[in-house]
Structure formats: C-alpha cells, structure tokens
Design a binder for this molecule. Structure first.
Ligand code: ZN
Ligand code: ZN
Length: 355
C-alpha cells in the first residue's frame, strides 16, 4: 500500500499537485489498508496521516503500520484538523475526491486555504491495474461463488421460490469462505428473467423456466461477479434459441479478448453478433465492467468506451437477451487481463444446465 501511495503522489506531481486528501471508504482502504467506516487519509511527500476516531485507533494502527501515521481526532473529522495536517507538510495544491463528496461536505471543504484540484479520476485510476495479491483475492472470491453454485445445483428444484434460491446461494457463498456478497444476488425466473436486475421475489420456479442468477462473493474487500442462466425442465424453443445466441456471443468475446484492446471493440463483438441474429434491441446494457474493491469500476466495455483493457485490469463479459413476457438469458464471466491474454476467474460450465 505504501507503493500505491507513492504511485499516486508521483502521478499527481506531474500536474504540480503535492498532496491528496482521500475521503471515500474504498480509496481510503486502497491507499492505507484501513477498513473502518470513519477516516480521512492525507498524503504528501513529507508525511502521510490517517485521521480517525477512538473506535478505530487500535485497528488503524495495526492496518496502517508502515503506511501512514494514525492520529486520533473526534468522530466528526473537521476541516481544521485536515488543514492542520496539510499545513504541517507544506501542501499547496491538493487533490480531492470530487466524485465522492456530498454538496454539504464540499461546501465546507472548499474553504480550505489551499488550491483544491478535483482528482477523483486520477485517484481511482490507480486501482485499474491489479497486483498479484488483488488478483488472488478476486480468484478466491470467485472460487467461493463457483463452489456455492455447484452445491446449489444439487438441490435446486421446481417449486422453490426466487427468494429461497437467493437465500441458499448467499448462505453457501459464506459457507465456502466469502466475507459477504459483492452485491445483492439477482434471481429472475421465467418471465422475470427479462428484467436484467430482477429482485428475487415470491415467484416459485415452474417447469420450463429459465432462471437468470447473477451473484458475487467478496473476500478481503475484493469482488467476484458471475451470471449463469439455468433451466428447470425443458424450456420453449425460443428460449433455447436465445440461450445459444447469448452463449455464442459470450464465447466470441472471450475468443477476441486480449490486452490493450478497447472496451468498445469487445462490446461490439457481442452486440453485432446478437444484432445479426435479430435480438439487437433486446441487449440493452453494456457488455461488461471492471471489478475489484467495487463490483463496478473502470474500465468499462460499452459501445462508446475508449477505455483500454490494459494488462492487470479486470473486465466482465456479460451479454444478454431479454424478451418481455418471455424471459431472459445472461451469461457472465469475470476476467483479468494479462500481458499475453487473460485469466477467466470462473470455472462453472456455460453449457445449458437443465435440472
Ligand atoms: Zn453480474
Ligand atoms: Zn457484472
């Protein structure tokens, strides 16, 4: 984490910025290692400080050892306390997280007697390239999800409700080692599958249903994200046809996925294929997104994204087709780009599973 702070300060120095104030929970964790809910990290060349309150000082001293000095302040960290640290280290031009601040906090913050430079983009972009530890944690998270799904398939059956499936899967992910979910599990059965972000409800699985299940585990802060669509009994011909198209589109994307391509190139690969097969209007979301400490982070793969999928970055590949009144299919893997190709963190089969 010390190296992460060094990298950020070096990058900011290119724009003559000599300090950064980190206020969001995710970036606070990324740069300092501190996982508590209240704190401000001040980074300068001359000194690095985490301000936090009494509840967290022991924890912060453990988590931030060798990275930054922990100073205890009252729970509502004040502008004056931040100003004191910045002044002590001679800061002049200060980067701050403009995209992660309420108007109320900003109105207070802007009164700091320094030149304030909105820098969320630069600060967050440090997280795009993952290191070996981060990749290991995301693989662990995905392993929990794969194991949970395999276990779920042993007893999932017609008559269970979407909520029951969700509850079992969430429990199993934790049983296999997840700290928590990386987002609320999506279960969309039968016609509910046409809602890309279906919230699980009381509907019971019926024979002939396809069910979209989108879920992820979090380990040491790091997220996984996978979708599988499974069938209970034999689905209708149109849903079988749709499944085949989505699977082909997903495999096509994986066949061209390579480092330093753009997000739009990857997106258009699936979009063109699905459009050629008559369902272009039914694929209304982007192909994929990066993931890490957040389940959605840079880079993105949509039809306009010029983001480069650089080695060490992450991307999901998740084409889908959604037909109102009929159902939906989405198939999603989460991948890490390498110097020569990519690692697919998911090991669950994508052949249609019929229970
Ligand atoms: Zn997902
Ligand atoms: Zn996703």
């Amino acid at each position: 984490m010390k190296a992460r702070c060094d990298k950020l300060l070096k990058k900011l120095a290119e724009n003559n910025i000599d300090a950064a104030v980190i206020t969001s929970g995710i970036n606070r964790r990324y740069f300092s290692g501190f996982t508590g809910s209240n704190g401000v990290v001040v980074l300068t060349e001359a000194g690095r400080v985490l301000l936090t309150d009494f509840r967290y000082t022991i924890q912060a001293n453990q988590q931030c050892a060798g990275i930054c000095e922990v100073r205890q302040v009252d729970r509502g960290i004040t502008r004056a306390e931040i100003e004191a640290v910045l002044s002590e280290f001679g800061a002049k031009r200060v980067a701050f997280e403009d995209a992660a601040m309420t108007v109320a906090v900003f109105n207070d913050f802007r009164q700091l007697p320094f030149e304030l430079i909105p820098s969320s983009r630069e600060i967050c972009s440090c997280r795009i390239v993952k290191d070996a530890y981060e990749i290991e944690m995301m693989q662990k998270a995905q392993n929990c999800a794969d194991a949970a799904f395999a276990e779920l398939l042993k007893f999932a059956k017609v008559g269970m409700s979407e909520i029951e499936l969700r509850n079992e899967l969430d429990y199993l992910m934790r049983k296999f080692g997840a700290d928590e979910n990386s987002f609320d599990t999506i279960v969309g059965s039968g016609p509910n599958g046409a809602l890309p972000h279906a919230h699980p409800g009381e509907r019971k699985i019926q024979s002939g249903d396809m069910v979209v299940i989108d879920f992820g585990a979090r380990v040491c802060g790091y997220c996984s994200d996978m979708t599988r669509t499974i069938a209970f009994g034999t689905p209708c011909d149109e849903m079988l046809k749709i499944y085949k198209i989505v699977l082909e589109a997903q495999l096509k994307c994986l066949s061209i996925l390579r480092p330093n391509m753009t997000g739009s190139e990857l997106d258009l690969c699936a979009r063109d294929y699905i459009t050629e097969h008559g369902y272009g209007e039914n694929f209304g979301h982007s192909l994929g997104h990066g993931f890490g400490l957040e389940v959605h982070e840079a880079p993105s793969a949509n039809s306009r994204s010029m983001d480069l999928l650089v080695p060490g970055s992450t991307i999901t590949v998740e084409p889908g087709i959604y037909v109102e009144g009929l159902g939906g299919v989405r198939i999603e893997d989460c991948c890490v780009l390498t110097e020569t190709g990519f690692i697919n963190l998911c090991s669950t089969t994508k052949e249609l599973i019929i229970l």
